[in-house]
Design a protein around this ligand. Structure first.
Ligand code: HEM
Length: 300
């Protein structure tokens, strides 16, 4: 689905997504905003509600159009939406078909899948801009794997081993989703403190991955710490969360990221526009505050 987002960063869809993130961030940091009667707060809440309505309508329209096309047996894209909709036929009869549920899932996939991967790539380009030696090593790997080819084949992706280390290291220092929360299903004792069943526990990969206890020289950007033999980080580092509700899209995200970065580095040299502060914006997801602006030069 092409939202033309790269051509128009003020597109209605982009604006609505940012507004929803801002709404969620404000509710999390100042829950009283929900009952704040002052005009500025009400205006903000209306804008957030309008954005949610717009996104849901867009999702609903996509699903309905695809369903109609499938019913008329028109040609439809071979994508995840088609595959999901093919399966729902079996629910239509017994009243379990739930359009609102489908719209929920559509938006979860859309937002969980886009914003996070985009932020990972932005942080990666920032780190590469600050570490020319790592950029050089990465470009050498891309050159060796791609050579004269214009496109990557599936088997090429697993050859990009250093790139995978770079992404793991970016996800350690700059995880787009800083953590998650879970409700305890039983009492747990941690270092002598009893945490009762039913408590909400917040776990934060951003904090844990920056602790000396788990990572040597933690603030240093060093992809080599993720060489297969050195990787001892499983429970101190969880950018895709852990357990039953971990990220369903993690393999997809890492394939997509390798594919995009390899193609970009193969074609272009990137130079950070000078003067960008390396600050982060924590608005539900983490992203570089000043985005990540680069000058691009075609590779000779
Ligand atoms: C770098 C990219 C990504 C990061 C860092 C990331 C991170 C996460 C995290 C931390 C969670 C767990 C949230 C929780 O514990 O409540 C999650 C869940 C989820 N992610 Fe991702 N994600 C990424 C890419 C994707 C992509 C590409 C997709 C879809 C194509 C996706 C779809 C989902 C979905 C549907 C869930 C909810 C899973 C469930 O509740 O069972 N994510 N993601």
């Amino acid at each position: 689905m092409d939202l033309k987002a790269t051509l128009d960063d003020k597109s209605a869809f982009n604006r609505a997504i940012s507004m929803c993130f801002r709404g969620l961030a404000v509710i999390m940091s100042s829950p009283m905003t929900q009952i704040n009667p002052f005009p500025a707060a009400r205006k903000f809440k209306n804008e957030v509600s309008e954005s949610i309505r717009f996104l849901r309508e867009t999702g609903r329209r996509c699903i309905e159009e695809r369903l109609r096309a499938m019913e008329k047996q028109e040609e439809v894209p071979n994508d995840i939406l088609t595959h999901i909709l093919k399966e729902i036929d079996q629910f239509k009869g017994d009243g379990q078909f739930d359009m609102e549920g489908l719209v929920d899932e559509f938006l979860t996939f859309f937002i969980a899948g886009q914003e996070t991967s985009a932020n990972l790539l932005s942080f990666t380009l920032l780190e590469l801009g600050h570490h020319p030696e790592i950029m050089h090593r990465l470009k050498t790997e891309v050159e060796a794997v791609l050579g004269d080819k214009e496109y990557l084949e599936y088997t090429d992706i697993s050859q990009l081993t250093y790139m995978m280390q770079v992404f793991k290291e970016v996800l350690r220092l700059w995880p787009p989703a800083v953590g998650t929360s879970r409700e305890l299903s039983c009492d747990v004792t941690v270092k002598g403190y009893k945490v009762p069943k039913g408590s909400i526990v917040v776990v934060n990969t951003y904090v844990m991955a920056r602790m000396e206890e788990y990572f040597h020289d933690p603030l240093q950007f060093d992809p080599d710490r993720f060489k297969a033999s050195d990787d001892k980080s499983q429970y101190a580092y969880f950018p895709f969360s852990l357990g039953r509700h971990n990220c369903i899209g993690q393999q997809f995200a890492l394939i997509e990221a390798r594919l995009l970065l390899a193609r970009l580095l193969h074609k272009f040299n990137f130079d950070l526009v000078p003067g960008q502060a390396h600050e982060i914006l924590d608005e539900v997801t983490l992203k570089p505050m000043g985005r990540c602006r680069n000058y691009l030069r075609l590779v000779e």
